[in-house]
Write a protein that binds this ligand. Structure first.
Ligand SMILES: C[S@@+](CC[C@H](N)C(=O)[O-])C[C@H]1O[C@@H](n2cnc3c(N)ncnc32)[C@H](O)[C@@H]1O
Length: 273
């Protein structure tokens, strides 16, 4: 059985993005790492910042606060539906949405003071090409910072689901592991160096959060955007029931009094142009 992915894998083709479901499924975890990403990118007031794969604007929202009234945040995404949601969520005149593939950015050389890419790089078909573009549009001596998800066992809120879906959709297994494809520190360092960045550093960061119940964890998978939820919904009902059961059994290791407390590891990579 196949899934027809929309551009960028996250928004289902022809459907609007439910931003609160996105937030429950990814945004709430992504947000925990954005302060570290912004610190790595050394963003200051008045900066012109590019947020690549901005999605619903999780990183752009925090960047807007840092650049203040004199700065600008340009949010790029390949998915018009994701960008539309970013615009309605952020509603700031200093947020400029641009539909573009991260691997062929539509901006002149050296046009930004910082480039961010929060949970986007691993979805590019050619991450090296994307990083070379980040380097090209960045002013000399300024920083690009990327954040990618670690391995499935260190990101259980997605890792357990990806494993279960892969058992039921073996022909989609590789695509379903895409979220974890840049989980290696040395690999990410080498990619940044090859793109021409100097003073490259990759660190592992861990954060923890609690979801009130398994049902709350599961709700956005039934209805919301995201690569794995779309794959799940393409299964026949018996397959969906089986996946839910397998994931719930595995998630019980994180359960205390009905609540799920999970930690998640991500890699933050930074380089100077
Ligand atoms: C997991 S979301 C991350 C969104 C946001 N940065 C966050 O942290 O919540 C990944 C985003 O990458 C975008 N994306 C995937 N491939 C892309 C590409 N080639 N160029 C630009 N954006 C892309 C998707 O449309 C999606 O919005």
């Amino acid at each position: 059985m196949g899934v027809t992915w929309g551009p960028g894998f996250h928004a289902a083709p022809g459907q609007p993005v439910d931003s609160s479901a996105y937030d429950q499924y990814i945004g709430r975890w992504s947000r925990l790492f954005v302060p570290a990403l912004l610190t790595a990118a050394k963003i200051s007031e008045g900066d012109r910042v590019l947020d690549v794969a901005t999605g619903t604007g999780v990183a752009a929202q925090m960047a807007l606060r840092q650049v203040g009234n004199t700065g600008l945040v340009v949010g790029v995404d390949i998915s018009p539906a994701m960008l539309q949601m970013a615009c309605s969520r952020l509603s700031s005149r200093q947020f400029l949405p641009v539909v573009s593939d991260a691997q062929t950015l539509v901006f002149p050389n050296a046009s930004f003071d910082a480039v961010l890419c929060q949970l986007g790089l691993m979805f590019l078909s050619d991450p090296a090409r994307g990083l070379a573009e980040f380097r090209r549009v960045l002013r000399t001596n300024r920083h690009a910072a990327v954040c990618v998800i670690s391995s499935p066992d260190r990101a259980p809120m997605w890792g357990i689901l990806a494993e279960a879906l892969g058992r039921h959709l073996p022909d989609q297994r590789r695509e379903l592991q895409r979220s974890f494809s840049l989980a290696d520190v040395a690999q990410l360092e080498a990619l940044l160096v090859a793109a021409g960045f100097r003073e490259v550093r990759v660190t592992r960061e861990t954060r923890e959060s609690t979801v009130e119940s398994f049902d709350e964890y599961w709700a956005p998978i039934e209805t919301g955007p995201g690569q794995m939820p779309q794959a799940y919904r393409a299964l026949p009902e018996s397959g969906r029931r089986a996946v839910r059961k397998e994931v719930q059994a595995c998630m019980s290791q994180f359960e205390l009094n009905g609540r799920l407390t999970m930690s998640v590891e991500m890699l933050i990579g930074v380089g100077r142009a």
